[in-house]
Design a protein around this ligand. Structure first.
Ligand code: HEC
Length: 144
């Protein structure tokens, strides 16, 4: 018996007008005009998209293990072995490069010869500003 292909085909065709609308609508709005100055409004200096807020939210996930003060005493650290070091450690801060910290964050502990319990965060690979912000937070705990 020949399978009746009609209904699926009809369903696909019914989606075509919708797809065309979905594809054309964004370009009607002018595409990347989100950063364009609003007429009558003073231009916002460099218009950062609340980078600090983004970095803060990103670090909240780190703080689960690393602690809000970077001492490696977050609630998630209790069962970890080895535990996350304290970022206050001056000797460690001086021994590692920003690149090493970035690599640890993006690729995880296992990628730098550390505990695989330090998770990879591939989402930050293309969010260089957030990644740099996280490194800055880690650096900020030095000696604290
Ligand atoms: C599930 C717990 C956990 C989370 C979440 C976590 N880490 Fe870690 N992290 C660890 C552990 C455990 C280590 C220690 C690895 C070791 O010393 O072998 C570590 C180590 C590190 C190190 C030190 C690497 C080194 O060379 O000693 C840095 C920097 C770091 N984490 C940054 C972060 C940042 C930034 C985040 C958030 C994006 C984060 N971590 C999220 C568990 C975690």
């Amino acid at each position: 018996m020949v399978p009746d292909r009609e209904p699926p085909m009809a369903n696909k065709l019914r989606n075509v007008p919708f797809l065309l609308v979905a594809l054309t609508v964004p370009s009607c709005g002018g595409g990347d005009d989100l950063d364009a100055p609003i007429p009558g409004m003073p231009p916002v200096a460099s218009a950062p998209k609340d980078l600090d807020g983004q970095v803060k939210v990103a670090f909240e996930a780190c703080a689960v293990c690393h602690g809000t003060s970077g001492h490696g005493d977050g609630p998630g650290a209790a069962s970890l072995n080895p535990k996350p070091r304290t970022f206050a450690d001056v000797a460690w801060q001086d021994a590692v490069t920003d690149e090493h910290i970035q690599k640890t964050i993006v690729f995880g502990g296992a990628a730098v010869g550390k505990s695989p319990m330090m998770p990879a965060n591939p989402q930050f690979k293309d969010q260089k500003d957030v990644l740099a912000g996280l490194v800055k937070i880690v650096r900020g705990f030095k000696g604290k």
